[in-house]
Structures are given as structure tokens and as C-alpha cells.
Design a protein around this ligand. Structure first.
Ligand SMILES: Nc1ncnc2c1ncn2[C@@H]1O[C@H](COP(=O)(O)OP(=O)(O)OP(=O)(O)O)[C@@H](O)[C@H]1O
Ligand SMILES: [Mg+2]
Length: 188
């Protein structure tokens, strides 16, 4: 019941039931709360993924960051090593579809940015506990990346993505805050 694989499958099923109006409404509310957050306001360089439905929409967040003069950096996966590298994103045309329909920065058009230059990391996931533990898509990419990351972290989640618990493993690294469509959960 609480193993990661069954929660991942259950969560994908739950999220597939969100209607487009609900998806837009909740994503908008989450984005508005993020824009009021101190870590967001202070951050000059923001690490964020390009959302793929049914993840909380990040396109509107990236546009807002650009409007505010912030630097957006997005991950490119190295599937062999299961590692991420963040690269500058100045316009959506700098993205290409690599695998699983994910959009990633085109290497020739973007520049790599090291972890110590990123002020705020918006960490993606499928399900979360109120303690900030995160169930990702199963690659361990973010767990590896966060080991060497010292900036602020937070995640964006639909309320449905909160789960009572799951089997947390030694390598799982929690986020400091979760912003849901019903409010902010501060963890530390
Ligand atoms: N720091 C690490 N070093 C080595 N292996 C790791 C590390 N972190 C995670 N892994 C491995 O990655 C695999 C996937 O981990 P897990 O199920 O926690 O993924 P996830 O949290 O869903 O993915 P992600 O971090 O990409 O969102 C596991 O087999 C785990 O052992
Ligand atoms: Mg993990």
C-alpha cells in the first residue's frame, strides 16, 4: 500500500481525473501563492522543470520569472549517469523534446549553470508527505542533485498529491516547503 510503485501508479490515476478547468484553476492558485513567497521574491536564479500535464503548470511561472528579470534554469537529464545539469532558458524556443515527451534545453543554445549559482530549486514530484518527502518519477535524478545543492527548495503540488506516508529511503531528500492550491506547508 505504501510502496513507491503503487503510490506512483495510484497518483497518476488520481491526477488523470483532474479536468482542464480544475488543472488551470489549481495551477493558477499555486502560482499566485508562489509569487508571494519570500524565497521566490529573493531568488535571482530559479531552477524549475518544464511541466508535463498533469504536473502543476510551470509555463506561467517561467513567464513571470522572466518578466521580473530573474534567470530561469531548467534541467537536462543524462540518463546514463542519471544526473541532471541545469542550463539557462531565455525563451521557450530553446527547448527540444528529448525523451518521454519531456522538454529540455538545447545544448547549443543554452549555458550550463552550477548548483551553487541557483538560489531556489522548484523540485518536481508525483506525491508528497507533509514532512516534505517527495516521490519523484523514479530515476533518483533529484535525490542525486540535491546532495550537492545548498540553496532553497520547494515543491508545487495539487492537494491531491499529498499522501499520508510512503516508504522513505535513506537517499530521499525532503524539500523545505510545499505550495498547494490550499496553502503553503512549511517544513523547516
Ligand atoms: N544519491 C544517490 N546515489 C545513488 N543512487 C541513488 C541516489 N539517490 C537515489 N538513488 C537511486 O535512484 C533510484 C530511484 O530513487 P527514488 O525511487 O527515490 O526516485 P525518485 O525520488 O522518485 O526520483 P527523482 O529524485 O528523480 O524525483 C533508486 O534505485 C535509488 O537507489
Ligand atoms: Mg526519491
Amino acid at each position: 500500500m505504501y510502496n513507491k510503485i503503487s503510490i506512483r501508479n495510484q497518483m497518476k490515476e488520481t491526477l488523470s481525473r483532474l479536468t482542464k478547468p480544475q488543472y488551470e484553476d489549481y495551477s493558477y492558485k499555486i502560482a499566485c501563492m508562489l509569487f508571494e513567497d519570500e524565497a521566490w521574491k529573493q531568488a535571482q536564479v530559479i531552477g524549475i522543470t518544464i511541466s508535463k500535464q498533469p504536473e502543476v503548470d510551470t509555463y506561467q511561472i517561467i513567464r513571470k520569472a522572466w518578466e521580473l528579470g530573474k534567470q530561469v534554469v531548467v534541467p537536462r537529464c543524462n540518463p546514463k549517469e542519471k544526473r541532471l545539469a541545469f542550463r539557462t532558458l531565455n525563451e521557450f524556443s530553446q527547448l527540444e523534446s528529448v525523451f518521454y515527451g519531456l522538454f529540455e534545453p538545447i545544448e547549443e543554445l543554452t549555458t550550463k549553470v552550477d548548483a551553487d549559482r541557483i538560489d531556489l530549486m522548484i523540485v518536481p514530484g508525483l506525491a508528497y508527505t507533509r514532512e516534505g518527502y517527495r516521490l519523484g518519477f523514479g530515476g533518483g535524478y533529484y535525490d542525486r542533485y540535491l546532495l550537492n545543492y545548498r540553496g532553497e527548495t520547494l515543491s508545487l503540488a495539487f492537494t491531491d498529491q499529498l499522501v499520508p506516508e510512503f516508504l522513505v529511503e535513506d537517499h530521499d531528500i525532503p524539500v523545505s516547503k510545499i505550495i498547494t492550491n490550499h496553502g503553503v506547508i512549511n517544513i523547516k
